[in-house]
Each structure stands twice: as C-alpha cells, then as structure tokens.
Design a protein around this ligand. Structure first.
Ligand SMILES: *Cc1c(COP(=O)(O)O)cnc(C)c1O
Length: 380
C-alpha cells in the first residue's frame, strides 16, 4: 500500500458490529467478562487498550512502517514512556538543538534519576562516536529540530547505533512520515507530538511512539500500561481523523513553506532563514537525501539583531496567529526565546544559536498570497 492510501486505510477495519466506516468513539472504561478473567472480546480496561485507541495505533504503525504504534496523552508523555527504559548510570546522546520541553524533561527530571545526557551537534558524527561507551544506551535525534531546523543524517546515525547495539530514537514531529521514514532508515523507534501535523487542526494534545519491532513495541506497551499516560477515546478519534488528510495537508504546507522561505530570504530586513529547502541551509544536502520535501516550518532572524524588531513583527501579523504550537492548518508565529524555548537557559540558547530576535513560523495551508502579504506588512 502506498503512503497516500495508508493514511486513509492503514490498519483500519469497518466496525464489525455495525459496519460503521469510521471507528466509533468507545467512550468506556471497562469491558464485560463472562467468567472471571474471561472478557467477551479482546478488551479488559481502557488503560491497557481501548478499541478507538487501537484503531489509531494501527494507523500510526502503518504510516511509520513499524510493528507497533502507541498513543499517549501528549508528545512528552510518549517521550517519558520511552525514557522509562533506562536506569541510573545509563547514558543518552542527544542533539544540541531540541524541543524545549524535551530538553526540560532530560535536564530537570531524568538527569536527577541518574541518567547522563550528552548534547552534540550531529553535523559531525565523530561527536557521537567519541562519546560512546558501555553505558551508552540511546541516541535521541530530532530532525529537523525545533526551532533551528538542524538535521541529523538518520541512516548514518543508524550505522553507528547498530554497530554498538544502542537504541536509536527519532522525534519525527516536524517531518512526519509524509516526508521521511526513520524506521526504514534504521531507527528503532519514532516519537511524535501528534498534537502537531498528525492531528493537524490545533484541537488535541496527543503523542505517539512507533516501534520497529514487535518486541520493542511490547516492552513500550508494558511501560505505557504500567505508568498510564494513554490517549482517551475522543482524542484518539480526532488524531485518527487528522491522519486521513495528512498527505493533502503536508503537500500544501511544503509548497507554502518553500515560498515563504524564498520570500524571507530575499527580504532586506531578514538576516538568516532557517529552512532545509534553501540551498544555503547548512543541512540542505542531508535534507535532499532523506526527506521528500522540506516541510512547513521556517525560522528567521533580523539583520538588526534587535529583539524589539521580532516583537514588533509578531505584534503586527494578522493572518498568522501569535501562539505556541505548530503543524495546524492555520499559520502560527512564535518567539522561541520568549515562548516555546524559554525553559532553556539563556547561555545554552545562545550557544546553539537561538537568538533573542529569532522568529519561528508554522506555515499553514491558507492561500500563499495572503500569507506573503501578511509577512510583508508585518515586516515594514
Ligand atoms: C510539541 C513538540 C513536542 C512535545 O509534544 P506535546 O504534544 O506538546 O507534549 C516534542 N517534540 C517536538 C519537536 C515538538 O514540536
């Protein structure tokens, strides 16, 4: 089955009791049994499994080419579940530009339980090789990263993790399986903030893990069941409905993203545009190799370097909404240093290049002429 068919049909069945084409929202906590320990069907209690969530999880496994999908109450809950695979003394190598909440979880929660994290620029994979020792248990990659659009060469990282028997996880939130398939390139597990492109309508907070093998899937399902951050039936339904148009939305996000990046790149007030589709982007070659297009996320900063210029711009946009989050049908604008990435200490932000005048745009699927007009007026 090709991708554009999988988003609609992957892992889906008509409801066996009614023939309903869409999975019903099984708003139930528990399922009847005929004798102690003998449930009528496959379900016992909705923390363990719920049919609406199962329908979503099978869709997730299908679009990411994994053996098992798991749906969580948020993207961070999905990451948290994966992190429970490790213990004190274990070491994790991550990229040096990460979603702020991921960085906060690593530094404020799991570091305290004795896990050691290393943050490296993966443009040079010798940075990864140099850190590997017998305690190294996982490499965590976000590609492209939020907000600087740094990339990691997934196939090249996979070669290193496979040779050293290390788990390799990819946060595929920005690219989505429409643009890149980490499990096909050698990753072991994919994580999503399904809040973003997968659900796609800014109306639900959700997360996902997709495991390459059934064995890893089973282990992660146990951790999810044992800790409990599952996605509810109604929210599962919403994410599943979103996935059905993922390919249509992503196509437009990418077309609009390219045009916005080009417009900003030629604007006299703009210094650097961070977009993997631009030939000037330091990771453009890697992007061409592993992504089928370049996505709808564009960041930029100002020639003046002035924080006030970015604030003025963000106060002036009209079609773009100034708000956190991304990946919905509507265009959003965000100030990483003051909003999404404020939890990263200032010196660390500066070190990786998140300047005080950096703006991050999530390009929606509106008419491109309206979007460019809006950016034009907000930049004057
Ligand atoms: C939003 C986001 C997350 C966290 O997901 P939530 O659904 O907000 O918990 C993780 N990674 C990336 C890249 C994100 O953009």
């Amino acid at each position: 089955m090709k991708f554009n068919t999988k988003t609609i049909h992957g892992g889906q069945h008509h409801d066996p009791s009614t023939g309903a084409v869409m999975p019903p929202v099984f708003q139930t906590t528990t399922f009847a049994q005929t004798s102690p320990g003998k449930p009528i069907g496959d379900y016992v209690y909705s923390r363990s499994a719920n049919p609406t969530r199962t329908a979503l999880e099978e869709a997730l496994a299908s679009i990411e080419n994994g053996a098992k999908g798991l749906a969580f109450s948020s993207g961070l809950a999905a990451t948290d579940c994966l992190l429970r695979s490790f213990k004190a003394g274990d070491e994790i190598i991550a990229m040096d530009d990460l979603y702020g909440g991921t960085y906060r979880m690593f530094t404020k929660i799991y570091k305290n339980s004795g896990i050691k994290f290393h943050y490296v620029d993966m443009n040079d994979l010798d940075n990864v090789r140099a850190l590997i020792n017998e305690n190294t248990k996982m490499v965590w990659v976000e590609t492209p990263t939020n907000p600087l659009m740094k990339l990691a060469d997934i196939a090249a990282v996979a070669k290193i993790t496979k040779a050293n028997n290390i788990l390799f996880a990819v946060d595929n939130t920005f690219a989505t399986p429409y643009l890149q398939n980490p499990l096909d390139l050698g990753a072991d597990v994919v994580m999503h903030s399904a809040t973003k492109y997968l659900a796609g309508h800014s109306d639900v907070v959700a997360g996902a893990l997709i495991a390459k093998t059934a064995e890893l899937g089973q282990q992660l399902h146990f951790q999810q069941f044992a800790t409990g951050a599952t996605l509810g039936p109604m929210d599962s339904f919403l994410v599943l409905r979103g996935i059905k148009t993922l390919h249509l939305r992503m196509q437009r996000h990418c077309e609009n993203g390219e045009k916005v990046a080009e417009f900003l790149n030629n604007h006299p007030k703009v210094k650097t545009v961070y977009y993997p589709g631009l030939a000037s982007h330091p990771y453009h070659e890697v992007a061409k190799k592993q992504m089928s297009a370049f996505g709808g996320m564009v960041s930029f900063d100002f020639v003046s370097g002035a924080k006030q210029d970015s604030i003025d711009f963000l106060e002036k946009v009209k079609i773009f909404t100034l708000a956190e989050s991304l990946g919905g049908v509507e265009s959003l604008a965000n100030h990483p240093a003051l909003m999404t990435h404020a939890s990263i200490p200032e010196d660390k932000r500066k070190e990786v290049g998140i300047t005080d005048d950096l703006v991050r745009l999530s390009i929606g699927v509106e008419d491109i002429e309206d979007l460019i007009e809006d950016l034009k007026q907000a930049l004057t």
